[in-house]
Ligand binder design. Structure first.
Ligand SMILES: [Zn+2]
Length: 359
């Protein structure tokens, strides 16, 4: 058997660089994070360039295109590192489709939407779903539901008028879907959820006091804090018209389940969530739920994933408006430089949660 021992002096600086692994794997997660140049060809590439990988002794890493160009390298014509990445182009297509859906009285047909962004219906549907977490149809429904919700909340129109104004062409069709999108029927919503009963209980977990609340649809709040009374007041503020009912012994089991989940988020929570937000917030929250435990992303990553790359501030606001701690893991969003940034339930709790998930 021949053993080849790699002597330290045989390992090139490129191979010693942590970015080398990303390069060898052509890891798309690093697209846009750095570029690399090849001495022998004079070009620089994205980490995902499909060209054959050059010898490591000819490779150097650069933070961005400007750095590579000032070192005298030209952009590769194959991976076009100086142009928008595939992910960015995809995000722009989805954002365009979202605008078309939002501007239409009735949901445009899939074929028409796909055509207007220059894709086949099949690929467009898949792309839209992968970026937003929703089908174009569900996105349209959520958007129209939000319009109904806004109008009802403003008290400007009757339930029927609000439904027609929002582009549902028959109220029966709206009522069929309203329970899904509003979490309750429109008249109950108009009354500020007065008929909605919310059960809750406060317990203790390693992060301090925890309040768990459920509607008939599922878990509608998980709040964390130091003071149990403050948590109950917070719940009342978030659901001002709901009738709050203290949980019974049966409910304690559910709370125990949620506490177990908060202690070890990687195990997942197999309870339905009752998520109530604007169409935009719901897109952000859905994107948050796609971040696996142990990983973090930036606010701009989330903005790009939901097809609204410029809406970084609105993404941060949607994270702050989250009512369901840990199950909608807004703690996995950090600043672009990796800094923790704020957390509704205290930055120390965020640090503890992330530390725990990193294992
Ligand atoms: Zn290239």
């Amino acid at each position: 058997m021949n053993l080849v021992i790699a002597k330290p002096e045989n390992i090139t600086p490129a191979e010693r660089d942590p970015r080398w692994t990303a390069l060898v794997n052509r890891d798309p997660a690093f697209d846009g994070k750095f570029v690399y140049s090849v001495k022998t060809t004079g070009v620089y590439c994205r980490p995902t360039c499909p060209s054959r990988l050059a010898k490591p002794e000819n490779i150097a890493f650069h933070a961005d295109c400007a750095e590579a160009e000032s070192a005298g390298f030209r952009p590769c014509l194959r991976c076009r590192p100086n142009e928008a990445s595939l992910a960015e182009r995809h995000a722009a297509i989805v954002a365009e489709a979202c605008r078309l859906i939002e501007a239409s009285e009735e949901l445009p047909a899939l074929d028409a939407l796909a055509q207007s962004v220059g894709m086949s219906p099949y690929h467009f549907h898949r792309l839209f779903k992968s970026v937003t977490g929703l089908t174009p149809k569900a996105y349209g429904a959520a958007h129209r539901a939000r319009r109904v919700r806004d109008q009802l909340a403003e008290g400007k129109s009757s339930v029927t008028e609000a439904i027609y104004d929002a582009g549902f062409n028959s109220s029966s069709r709206f009522y069929e879907t309203s329970n899904k999108v509003l979490g309750m029927t429109p008249s109950a919503f108009r009354a500020g959820g007065i008929e909605a009963e919310i059960k809750f209980a406060v317990g203790q977990c390693s992060l301090g006091a925890i309040l768990v609340a459920t509607s008939r649809k599922g878990v509608c709040a998980i709040l964390l804090g130091d003071d149990p009374d403050q948590l109950v007041r917070d719940l009342q503020d978030r659901f001002p018209k709901a009738k709050l009912i203290g949980g019974d012994a049966e409910f304690e089991k559910l709370v125990a389940k949620v506490v177990g989940f908060v202690e070890a988020p990687a195990i997942g929570l197999d309870l339905p969530l009752d998520v109530r937000g604007t169409a935009f917030q719901e897109r952000v929250w859905q994107a948050l739920r796609n971040i696996p435990a142990g990983e973090t992303v930036s606010y701009s990553d989330i903005a790009a994933r939901i097809g609204a790359p410029k809406a970084v501030r609105a993404v941060a606001q949607a994270c702050a408006a989250n009512k369901i701690a840990v199950a909608i893991p807004c703690h996995r969003v950090v600043r672009n430089d990796g800094g923790l940034s704020g957390y509704r339930w205290g930055v120390e709790r965020k640090r503890a949660l992330l530390g725990r998930e990193r294992g």
